[in-house]
Design a protein around this ligand. Structure first.
Ligand SMILES: NC(=O)c1ccc[n+]([C@@H]2O[C@H](COP(=O)([O-])OP(=O)(O)OC[C@H]3O[C@@H](n4cnc5c(N)ncnc54)[C@H](OP(=O)(O)O)[C@@H]3O)[C@@H](O)[C@H]2O)c1
Length: 250
């Protein structure tokens, strides 16, 4: 049986991933501070990685503040890579974001770039999954874009994906061979960010006005039309935003 340790296994993607991997007959272990595994301090890492074949990092920083998020991704990734190497783990999988390399103005994405660089330079066999924004995250994007009670977002394109589909994609990567590179995954439809945020607010019964603002920042970064969308080689997953939203509210 393949032992797969999921760091951040209690989170949005992690919990779905552990359930999917377990259903397919793997030994999937959800690791997080609650289960005594802390990548920032290193606590519990050696123990949980004993005899592991694969480690999947779907953790996230509790804070997006510049210093804290950079410290989270660099410290946790350094500790995890060292522990995985010491344990002889054969495949290191990490989840990151489509367009990360284009979002250098953003403190969060600079931290993700640093995380990816550590993995690529570590010498361990790895796969990085770049997903577009989760449907479940669209509300957070809106809430992070409020100026004087109005929601200011640009008209840049976005091709969001359901968290269930992200978990499926990460699970397939984790049970496959390391690619020592990056795969992109996305949902089936592109929207203007302003259009998607409007749909999301309407679905939430939120009457705040959406202002299309080309200067609006996305977590600190100015967006060009295609900053957030993947290249032509991306794997496209089927769940549509409206179908997901309807299921969520029924
Ligand atoms: N949001 C998006 O649209 C999007 C798009 C593409 C990629 N991503 C990437 O997806 C990843 C996962 O996101 P998510 O939304 O599933 O995250 P999440 O729901 O916030 O879950 C984060 C997980 O990390 C764990 N964690 C926090 N600090 C830890 C520590 N010190 N040691 C070990 N585990 C720790 C948490 O444990 P507790 O439950 O104990 O706090 C939780 O299990 C992130 O790396 C993000 O960059 C996100």
């Amino acid at each position: 049986m393949t032992k797969i340790v999921v760091i951040g296994g209690t989170g949005l993607i992690g919990s779905k991933l552990v359930a999917q991997l377990t259903a397919r007959g793997n030994e999937a272990i959800a690791a997080s501070p609650d289960s005594g595994v802390n990548t920032l301090t290193g606590d519990g890492l050696a123990e949980v990685l004993t005899d592991a074949h694969v480690v999947v990092d779907v953790s996230n920083s509790p804070s997006f503040e510049e210093r804290e998020v950079l410290n989270f991704f660099t410290t946790s990734t350094t500790n995890l890579l060292a522990a995985a190497t010491a344990a002889g783990v054969g495949h290191y999988v990490a989840l990151s974001v489509v367009g990360t390399e284009r979002l250098t103005e953003s403190p969060y994405f600079r931290a993700k770039i640093a995380q990816e660089k550590l993995i690529k330079e570590s010498g361990i066999a790895y796969s990085i999954v770049h997903a577009t924004q989760f449907f479940e995250f669209v509300r957070t994007i809106g809430n992070s874009s409020v100026v004087n009670g109005e929601v200011h977002v640009s008209h840049a394109l976005i091709q969001p994906i359901a968290a269930d589909d992200v978990a499926t994609a990460v699970g397939r990567t984790a049970t496959g061979e390391p690619i020592n590179g990056t795969v992109e995954v996305a949902g089936p439809e592109q929207f203007g960010l302003d259009e998607l945020i409007s749909m999301s607010l309407t679905l939430d019964g939120d009457s705040r006005r959406v202002v299309t603002d080309p200067e609006a920042r996305y977590f600190g970064a100015q967006l060009q039309e295609r900053t957030l969308v993947p290249g032509s080689g991306a794997s496209v997953f089927p769940t549509r935003f409206e179908d997901w939203a309807t299921r969520r509210s029924s």
